[in-house]
Each structure stands twice: as C-alpha cells, then as structure tokens.
Design a protein around this ligand. Structure first.
Ligand code: ATP
Ligand code: MG
Length: 423
C-alpha cells in the first residue's frame, strides 16, 4: 500500500453508499424542471479561456484566481467554473436563442481552484437554468417559484430564505458606483488590502465584506435601490408583487450584488444558516446584456445555479424522513448440479416480468451459508433459493430475510405472481 496515488485535493469520490441520496436529490431537480416544461442541454466541460474572461469578467474572483486553465498547443482552455458562459456560447453558436424563447437546464461538474472546506470544493456540481428571450419579470418570478417548489420537494423549505435585490441597468450601476466609492473614500482605514484593490476595480464587491465593522459602516452607505433606472424599478416592483401574490417570502438585501459581472436588474440568493460559512445554496439573476456581449443578437437572459453538494449536505442535515431505496430487493442463491442455468434463467425472467425490482444473482460460489451471509449484507428483502431438489421439482424457495414470514416453497410457474404481491 506504500506510494498509493490519491485523488486531487478538493475533488471527491462519491461512495456507493452515498449515491442513492445524490440520485434522489438529482431526481427531484429533474422532475421539478420537467414540471415547468424546461429542456435539458449538455455542454462540454472544457471551453476556451477567453469565453469566461469575457462573460464573467476579468476582475471577478472566479476569473482572476479560481480557474483551472491550461494550454492545448496554442489554444488556452479552461475547465468550466460555472455553466452560464458555456450555455450562452452554445445558444449563440447553435442558434437556440435566435428569435426564440428557451427554458434550458443543465447539471454537471464545475471546477474552481478554491480552498477546500465543508460545502466548498474544487470539483463540485451545479444544476443550472438559463432562460433566453424573455424580458418580463414574470419569468424571474417563475424561476424563484420553481426553486421554492424544489426546496419543498427536498424537505428543506423551512431552512432556506430568499434574499432579493435589483442592481439595475449598467448606467444605474455606474452612477451608484461613483457614489459608493465617494462614500468609501472616507472609510479607507477599514478596508483590507484586497478591498482597497476592489475600490478601484470592482467596488460593489466590497458590499460582500465579511468584516463586521465595515458591514456596520455600510449600513449608512448609499443604497443601490435608490439609484435604479425607472425600467429596473418597475421590473423589480412587479417581481415583488408576483412573489407576494403566491406567498413567497423574501428579504430585500440592498448589499446583494453577486460576484459576477454579467448581472443586471434582478439578483437573488437562497441562503441557509444550517451549513456554516457556505450558506448560499442557489444564486441567480438577470443578464440581459450577456448574449450580445458574447457576439449574439441582443437577447434577454435570466438564470440561476444551485450547488448540489450544499443541497445534499442540507438534506442530510434537516430532512430525516427520506426513504431511500436499497440497491437490492431480491438476492438469488444457488448451489448444486444444474442450478446455475436454472438460477440465471429465473433471474432474467424476473427482470423481464418485474422490471421495477432489483435482483442480484450470487456469482462467487461457496456453500449456502456463505451465500446467505452475502444475501443479508445486500439489504435485500427476500432471498430466492435454487438447489438441486428445487430444480428437479420446478420450484424455488423464497426466504424472508427481514424475518417477517416463514420461508415458502413456490412453483416456478407462480413465482412472478408471488413476488408481485410482496413488493
Ligand atoms: P460563494 O459565495 O459560496 O463562493 P459563489 O457566489 O461563488 O458562491 P456562484 O458562482 O453563484 O457561487 O455559484 C452558484 C452556487 O454554486 C453557489 O451558490 C454554491 O451553492 C455553489 N458553489 C459555488 N462554488 C462552489 C464550490 N467551490 N464548492 C461547492 N459549491 C459551490
Ligand atoms: Mg465563490
């Protein structure tokens, strides 16, 4: 065992015991998205580096320090740190969004070179939605309503809250930026070196500060909402009214700007206090300028992405009622002359006629005692036993592994009906 090769730091394996919960969470995501008529898209994991630099913005954390980038001959490539840029690229390139409304979703791994900790990894997974061609606040509301439904399905709705803000048009933000910089200039003693740099490059990000003293000062800073253009103001008011009308609670957080450059108007985050510092489970917003910025026809866009690791952690933390199916329902054991063929034929017949059941056939020989140990370990409800006498008599023994009933000898011809009744 000396000198074994290990996984890359921050890139995790998912154990066979953990995948049932992952599949359950992913299944809920898929079914809620299907409920709303959204279509899945799949994009490459690697894209050309300038796509992210242009879409996300050079001065963001993601582009400036978190990307896995490498040269492939004379082309610079990056493992995708998020899905929006690639989805917009694909929509433009394939004409998906041209003169068309699209409600798209994707799910898969993302890569960011961050310091690994609970809820923060270097390879992680997101499910994301991108909507093209709809400028109205109705669709912003639909996205939020859809996520709220998902939280209910996952049993975590009591543990997440919605933070909402509007960051207005590019022009409104530029006006606000000047006012904020002017305000912060009187408080530079409170700024870290990184924040001083942000004051020049990306001052709105200072609103995200973790420094409590600075946070307090920022309570008196100019508010982005006071700088909104009329169009953004009306959009935000309609969104809030729609959320009110369906009973979705939200907190307007004037400091919420989100890390990425491409947003305008609506921004939102679903946050939890149950996961420590990594509290944001889902974030999104509107990006009306992005398609054009990446060379497409001007097309409004809005979307969100959720972190699946954080959702799985949260479900584990707060939803104790999930019944995850065991991997095996029936374990088939056999020993003796002529039993291999009979057992395999029986297993295939059951898989054809009872396709919802999971049937594992013992494959590693040994006596019945050893085989029953395996059967117990598999988590199966029943063992089916095929011995020489069963083959001769055209029968099979059904043993209740959870101990509810006596073992039964059933005619081969009746075994499908017998098992159908048991599940
Ligand atoms: P954070 O503030 O936690 O770094 P972010 O603003 O960088 O999040 P987004 O780019 O908005 O995150 O990504 C959407 C979601 O993806 C996040 O809300 C989070 O749930 C998840 N996420 C982002 N980075 C990671 C990571 N390194 N590991 C696990 N999940 C992540
Ligand atoms: Mg981040």
């Amino acid at each position: 065992m000396a000198n074994i090769i290990k996984a890359i730091r921050g890139m995790n394996d998912t154990a066979p015991t953990e995948t049932p919960l992952w599949q359950w969470v992913e299944g809920k995501v898929r079914s809620v998205l299907a409920n709303y008529g959204y279509s899945e898209v799949r994009m490459p994991i690697v894209e050309s580096t300038p796509l992210f630099a242009r879409a996300i913005g050079e001065v963001t954390d993601v582009v400036s320090k978190e990307m896995y980038t490498f040269w492939d001959n004379d082309e610079q490539l990056t493992l995708r740190p998020e899905g929006t840029a690639g989805c917009v690229r694909a929509a433009i390139e394939n004409g998906w969004s041209y003169n068309n409304e699209q409600r798209l979703w994707y799910m898969g791994p993302m890569f960011r070179h961050e310091r690994p900790q609970k809820g923060r990894y270097r390879q992680f997974h997101q499910a994301g939605v991108e909507i093209f061609g709809i400028a109205n606040p109705e669709i912003d509301a639909e996205l939020i309503i859809l996520t709220a439904r998902l939280w209910k399905e996952l049993g975590i709705d009591k543990d997440v809250t919605l933070q909402l803000n509007s960051i207005g048009s590019l022009q409104a933000r530029a006006n606000y930026r000047s006012a904020l910089v002017e305000f912060l200039q009187n408080h530079t003693v409170l700024l870290s070196d990184e924040e001083k740099e942000r004051l020049v490059k990306n001052p709105l990000r200072i609103l995200d500060t973790k420094n409590p003293e600075l946070q307090k000062v920022l309570d008196d800073a100019p508010k982005l909402l006071d700088y909104l253009d009329d169009d953004s103001r009306a959009h935000f008011a309609q969104l809030c009214a729609l959320l009110d009308s369906v009973g979705i609670a939200y907190e307007i957080n004037p400091k919420l700007v989100r890390g990425l450059d491409y947003y305008n108007k609506t921004v939102f985050e679903w946050v939890t206090t149950a996961l420590g510092a990594q509290g944001t489970v889902c974030g999104g917003g509107r990006y009306d300028g992005l398609v054009e910025q990446l060379g497409g026809h001007a097309t409004p866009g809005v979307g969100f992405a959720m972190g699946l690791e954080r959702l799985v952690l949260l479900v584990q933390e707060v939803n104790k009622n999930i019944q995850l199916p065991s991997a095996v329902d029936i374990y088939l054991v056999f020993a003796g002359e002529g039993t291999t063929v009979a057992a395999f034929q029986l297993a295939e017949k059951l898989r054809s006629e009872l396709p919802h059941l999971r049937i594992m056939t013992h494959c590693s020989g040994g006596n019945f005692k050893k085989q029953f140990k395996r059967a117990d370990k598999s988590g199966a409800k029943f063992a089916l036993v095929v011995g020489e006498s069963e083959v001769q008599n055209g029968q099979v023994v059904v043993k209740d592994l959870l101990g509810g009933t006596e073992q039964q000898t059933v005619d081969m011809a009746n075994v499908v009906a017998y098992l159908q009744n048991k599940f």
